[in-house]
Write a protein that binds this ligand. Structure first.
Ligand SMILES: Nc1ncnc2c1ncn2[C@@H]1O[C@H](COP(=O)(O)OP(=O)(O)OP(=O)(O)O)[C@@H](O)[C@H]1O
Ligand SMILES: [Mg+2]
Length: 381
């Protein structure tokens, strides 16, 4: 393939990177979210390959099916206890073992709490008498020690609480496209595609890696031009674009600056509140976006969409990089969002949550009413 790496689609680039790593003669493979951006076919292939792989590998992944098929040890980083728990077993057994461990820790915490309460009550009574003050003091200390010895109470996992605000009003059809075609050299990505996005409607774009989904969204967002045809905005339309590789974020700008330029009507307190609800607190708001992790970039890009007042969201694989809890929040917010959504995804759960009315299949450009059969297509594609 002579195409420069920089021009490959998200999934194509991941495939090249993976091929380079999987077929190198490394002793141990280190894989950080290897299934992100891949279509179902490629993921199935990777699951099979890793399942049969004879060497060692360490994988970080939110794709639990991949873990189920491939790993025989799990290291769980418990952020609350700030410890790593080692489980020498496969994924399903690990889930059961961890649940048992968590129940045990909870029981221990409850017991410790009630012992400490009894000691403290006793100490309170004794404290008043001068002769017993010293003993009371040591009882208080013992109560503190008992609590300190048990695992700290589980804090709720940090999850962004997402609600897209009510979108600004707009006409009946905020976004239209006619006769869209786009080629790169001799590669015709798609030809003569028509699309109309009604106010508040939900549309999903499906297609394999390289089918032209990102190209289509870039044209709809106005950041790229078609070779033929045109894209037009309806009355009052405000388009919010979430880019697959976060290209819309300026790597030199800080988190704070990025949000400020997306929602210039916010005062400092409002801006801090929005950032806080997307889990950027304290000094984190002054980091340049270029150094953020994948999940952090996703959260920031979504925060920018939230404050933009958009009434049409164009989302290119927005659930990649998110941990399961944050993914659930994003999907929930999307399901409740009153504006129009055009979603590109390989994630069947995301499509189910959106509950779309229509589907556009690329590269053919066929449009159809949504039906459950298309879920099978995503799972097979
Ligand atoms: N600048 C470019 N120059 C040449 N070819 C390009 C360029 N940009 C994209 N392509 C090619 O156009 C096709 C469509 O790419 P696009 O990124 O739209 O695919 P996609 O459907 O989003 O794929 P994925 O699921 O992997 O994200 C791919 O074959 C890609 O390699
Ligand atoms: Mg893409």
């Amino acid at each position: 393939m002579s195409q420069p790496l920089g021009t490959l689609s998200g999934g194509q680039r991941r495939r090249v990177e993976l091929t380079r790593i999987l077929f190198s003669d490394a002793d141990v493979l280190l894989l950080d979210e290897p299934t992100n951006h891949l279509d179902a076919d490629s993921i199935r292939w990777l699951r099979k390959y890793l399942g049969a792989y004879e060497g060692g590998f360490i994988v970080i992944s939110h794709d639990t099916e991949l873990l189920e098929d491939t790993v025989n040890k799990v290291w769980h980083l418990d952020a609350n206890r700030q410890e790593i728990d080692l489980y020498s077993m496969g994924w399903k057994k690990y889930l059961l073992a961890r649940e048992t461990d968590e129940k045990r820790r909870k029981r221990e915490r409850r017991n410790a709490q009630s012992q400490a309460d009894t000691l403290r009550k006793q100490a309170e009574k004794m404290r008043a008498k001068a002769t017993k003050a010293k003993a009371a003091q040591s009882m208080f200390k013992r109560a503190d020690r008992i609590l300190a010895d048990t695992a700290t109470e589980l804090k709720k996992d940090n999850v962004a609480k997402l609600r897209f605000p009510t979108p600004k009003p707009c006409g009946r059809v905020p976004l239209m496209a006619e006769n869209l075609s786009r080629s790169y050299g001799s590669l015709e990505v798609f030809t003569d595609v028509d699309l109309a996005i009604d106010r508040g409607s939900k549309v999903v774009i499906l297609g394999l890696n390289g089918a032209g989904k990102t190209t289509m969204l870039r044209i709809l967002a106005g950041v790229d031009q078609p070779d033929t045809g045109s894209r037009e905005l309806g009355h009052g339309a405000i388009v919010g674009y979430y880019a697959q590789e976060h290209e819309t974020l300026d790597p030199g700008a800080t988190v704070w600056e990025s949000l400020a330029s997306a929602g210039s009507h916010l005062n400092d307190t409002q801006q801090r509140t929005v950032l806080g609800s997307f889990l950027f607190q304290g000094d984190a708001v002054h980091k340049p976006t270029g150094v953020l992790s994948g999940g952090e970039k996703t959260r920031l890009a979504l925060a920018c969409l939230v404050v933009s007042g958009a009434n049409v969201l164009l989302l290119d694989e927005p659930t990649n990089n998110l941990d399961p809890a944050s993914r659930a929040e994003v999907l929930n917010a999307l399901a409740l969002y009153e504006g129009a959504v055009v979603l590109v995804t390989h994630d069947p759960g995301a499509v189910r949550a959106l509950n779309p009315e229509r589907v556009l299949i690329l590269p053919d450009g066929d449009e159809d009413l949504w039906s459950q059969d298309y879920i099978e297509l995503i799972e097979l594609a």
